[in-house]
Every structure is written in structure tokens, then in C-alpha cells.
Design a protein around this ligand. Structure first.
Ligand code: ZN
Length: 473
């Protein structure tokens, strides 16, 4: 009998809500009776799903910046989540948790070096939390291009999950079939497996609460009917993968934590549907076919990745500022990199490897001077340590300023884009402290084109305010 399996993937993520200067989350009135949204989502989603054991029965990624917050706020829930992945690892040799690119950067819009750092940092953070290597990695907004997949493969990642419209089916000799994973062949002879999620089912679970009130009914009417009888007759296995924003289970939609629990541990298993996750499925069902992907596409913009770089139908009215913000940051990033390589490069052989290894400092597992000293191969004088230290901090801020949430919404006058501008201001300030080079005027000039059409708020004014605040620190 051919396998018929169901897999739910939950993408668990929150943009960093901390004030970039204090590191604390301000009181958020909308989150009442809780102090802020993280606390509210913790109570409505993370904690109940952990207590129900759901993290053992689905595929999931837990955003590293969210995970760091949870570890300080409510570590017990993180331990439960880790233990639930561990049960699978012990039983099957592969876990069900997967990594995520560290700062939720739209990777197809990032330089190759940034892709490399984001993936290296995401893997290191995953290993630090879960204690083993990840097989899979979640691409923020499922943003993909061939270069991104190549970087994943270079880092030993075996698979990712994409939307079905990201598959380029024109290269197939048979109809595209999302009930099986595909292999994507990459330049330099490597390859990676891709699971494409089921479009209708994922949309239904995400956006049609009336369809998910009863898991038994859902399985009978929606799941069972979507397996192909022809494939079953031919003895071919099938997996239905439903990819969702994990916070819908209990937070966006009340009681769906219980729906999820019964769906994967009762409603589906009672009728002979296995529950699985991609790493486990791949062990006995390697891809039989290869496919290409559509370059620069994502799951939450139907205009490729335009949502994070300009005006598109997703945020039609007020999107003009997005292109200017990205252009300003790209120019700042190039300048920061030039200063970093010129300065750090005179002490260490490979400043990019040093930047990748800096994650161990961010995670608190390594003293920064020990890292710098070992990269240099000898001890430096204090002044040189200081310079490299500050420039590494600037590189961290430079990664944070690309957090995708800064471009997701329609308006510039929101906390997410302003936080990204604050990270940029911190990078500029740290670079000035380290080297005396002032990238502020250029950045302010570039950001003067970033204008909120709703409030008239301007990027350069926000930038100057943030810079003044950090200078007073
Ligand atoms: Zn769009």
C-alpha cells in the first residue's frame, strides 16, 4: 500500500519588536491585556501549542530573533519545543524543526555574501538552540533564486519549502504534482530538494476559519479528496504539505491550536493518513523528478519580490518609498563593506569568514576578542581590537537593517521600517567611532527621498533623530 501522508508546516516568526537602542519592547496598547504583542502571542499560540505537543507533530521553523526573546521571557516553552523536536530526532534520526535565514532578509535581493552570512547565522543559531544540524531551512517569505538555493546546498541544507507557483513547470514532461518533492539541480553540480506546498489547502487553513472548526470533517471533506486515486493505484506515495503562518494556531484564529492537535494526532491518523515531515519523508521518498524554479519569487507577493523593493499590487497606494529605502540601504551597505574590508582586512586574512563566525559572539558563546585574535592568528593591540569589534557590530546592524518586515506594509511611518532606519543609524555611528569615516551625510541624502505619503514622515528625518539618539548614548 502506497503511503499517503500529511505534513503541516508552521512558520513561527515575529519581527524584532525591541527598541533598537534599549533592547526592550515598548508597551503596545493593541496587545492589551498583555504588555506587548510578543507576550500576547506567547500566551495565545506558542505556550498552548507547546503544551499540546504540536511541535512534535508538525514541521516548523522558529525565527531566531523570536527564539532569543522567548528564551529570556519564557524559557520553559523553548525547552518544550526543543524536547519535541528531540523526540523525533531520537526516534527517526532526523528532527522536524528547520532553520531560518537569521534576520528574515529577502535573500534574492541580497548580495551573495549576505546570503552566505544569513544562512550561516541561521544554521548556527539553529544548532545553538536545537543541538543538531538542520536538514531544512525556511527562506523568509519563501523568497528564492538559484543563487540562494546554491548557498543553501553549499551549507549542507538538504531541502526547503516553496509555494507551488514558484515551480517552473514548463520544464516538466508530466503535469506538475505538489504531492511529491522535486530536485533542483544547481550550477557547480550540486542540488537541493524542494517541497511545494498545497495551494488550496494552505489557503484554506490560513484564511478560511469556517473550514477549520472540526478536524474530522476537514480530513473527510478536504484532505482525503485531494490524494490522487490514480497515484494510489499505481502504488506511488503522496504527501500533502500545508504551509502556514504558525501564529494562526491560537493567535490569529482562536482554538486552532486544538484543531491542529486533533488534525495531526487523531483526525488524519484514524483514517490511515500518516503524519510526516520533510526530512523524514525524504529518507524513504527521495525526489523522482527534477524541476526549475522561477527566479525572484515568494509566497506573499504575486509580483515576484517587488513588495520588498517597490510599488506592487500588494500595497498599491503608498509603495513608492520602498524603492528609495532599498536603494539607500544598498548604497550604505556597499560603503560599510568597503570600510570593513579595508580596516578589518588589514588584521585578518578573511573578513567575510570573520563576519560569519561573529554569530557565535551574538549567541553569547564566544568572546569577541578571542574570535578576532584567532582570525588574526596573533594578539592585536587594544586599539585594533576596538576597531574590529566596532566594525563587526556595524556589520550586525547592517544585517538587521534588511529585516524584510521593513518593506512588507504599505506605509513608511510604521515601527518596522523605522527600526530598520535605526539599525542603519547604529551602523553609521559604529563605523564613525571605529574609523572616523562618516557615512551619515550620504545616507541622509539618500533617505530624503523616502517619504510617507500618508503622514509626510521622511526617511532622512527619522535617520537623523535615530543618529542623534545613539550619539547621546
Ligand atoms: Zn506584490
Amino acid at each position: 500500500m502506497a503511503d499517503r501522508a500529511l505534513c503541516i508546516h508552521g512558520h513561527f516568526y515575529q519581527p524584532p519588536r525591541e527598541d533598537p537602542f534599549t533592547g526592550l519592547i515598548p508597551t503596545e496598547t493593541g496587545a492589551s491585556p498583555y504588555h506587548n504583542w510578543n507576550e500576547r502571542i506567547q500566551a495565545e499560540c506558542y505556550r498552548p501549542n507547546a503544551e499540546l505537543g504540536n511541535f512534535a507533530r508538525i514541521s516548523f521553523n522558529l525565527g531566531p530573533t523570536l527564539c532569543a526573546w522567548m528564551q529570556s521571557h519564557d524559557p520553559q516553552v523553548v525547552w518544550q519545543i526543543i524536547a519535541q523536536d528531540r523526540t523525533n530526532l531520537d526516534r527517526h534520526g532526523v528532527g522536524n524543526a528547520i532553520a531560518q535565514a537569521y534576520n528574515h532578509t529577502i535573500l534574492p535581493l541580497a548580495t551573495r555574501r549576505d546570503k552566505d552570512t544569513q544562512v550561516a547565522w541561521g544554521i548556527a543559531a539553529f544548532e545553538n538552540t536545537f543541538g543538531h544540524k538542520p536538514q531544512g531551512l525556511w527562506l523568509p517569505e519563501t523568497g528564492v533564486d538559484v543563487e540562494t538555493l546554491s548557498v543553501l546546498a553549499e551549507h549542507g541544507i538538504e531541502y526547503t519549502i516553496l509555494a507551488p507557483w514558484q515551480a517552473d513547470a514548463s520544464t516538466l514532461s508530466v503535469p506538475f504534482d505538489p504531492t511529491e518533492p522535486y530536485r533542483v539541480y544547481l550550477p557547480q553540480g550540486s542540488s537541493i530538494a524542494v517541497f511545494f506546498y498545497h495551494r488550496e489547502l494552505s489557503t484554506m487553513v490560513s484564511f478560511s476559519p469556517q473550514a477549520t472548526t472540526n478536524a474530522d470533517v476537514f480530513v473527510q471533506t478536504e484532505i482525503l479528496t485531494r490524494f490522487s486515486p490514480e497515484k494510489s493505484q499505481r502504488g506511488e506515495s503522496q504527501i500533502l504539505l500545508i504551509a502556514t503562518d504558525g501564529e494562526l494556531y491560537g493567535h490569529h484564529q482562536a482554538f486552532r491550536d486544538h484543531f491542529l492537535a486533533h488534525l495531526v494526532n487523531g483526525a488524519s491518523t484514524n483514517v490511515g493518513i500518516d503524519k510526516t515531515y520533510p526530512a523524514l519523508w525524504l529518507r524513504s521518498h527521495p525526489p523522482q523528478r527534477s524541476i526549475s524554479i522561477h527566479e525572484k519569487t515568494s509566497w506573499s507577493c504575486h509580483h515576484g519580490v517587488l513588495r520588498w523593493m517597490g510599488e506592487c499590487g500588494c500595497t498599491p497606494e503608498y509603495g513608492a518609498w520602498k524603492a528609495y529605502l532599498r536603494r539607500a540601504f544598498d548604497r550604505l551597505a556597499a560603503s560599510l563593506d568597503r570600510v570593513y574590508v579595508e580596516t578589518a582586512g588589514s588584521f585578518v586574512h578573511d573578513p567575510w569568514a570573520l563576519r560569519n563566525d561573529y554569530i557565535h559572539v551574538i549567541l553569547g558563546n564566544l568572546q569577541v576578542d578571542d574570535l578576532i585574535g584567532s582570525a588574526a592568528g596573533h594578539r592585536l593591540v587594544e586599539e585594533d581590537y576596538r576597531k574590529v569589534r566596532l566594525l563587526l557590530e556595524a556589520q550586525h546592524e547592517r544585517q538587521r537593517m534588511y529585516t524584510s518586515c521593513g518593506w512588507y506594509f504599505d506605509d513608511f511611518s510604521r515601527i518596522e521600517p523605522k527600526n530598520n532606519v535605526a539599525y542603519a543609524a547604529q551602523a553609521v555611528w559604529l563605523t564613525r567611532l571605529a574609523t572616523g569615516i562618516d557615512l551619515g551625510p550620504q545616507t541622509a541624502a539618500d533617505l530624503s527621498h523616502v517619504i510617507s505619503q500618508r503622514t509626510g514622515g521622511r526617511g532622512d528625518r527619522v535617520f537623523r533623530r535615530k543618529l542623534q539618539r545613539v550619539e547621546r548614548k
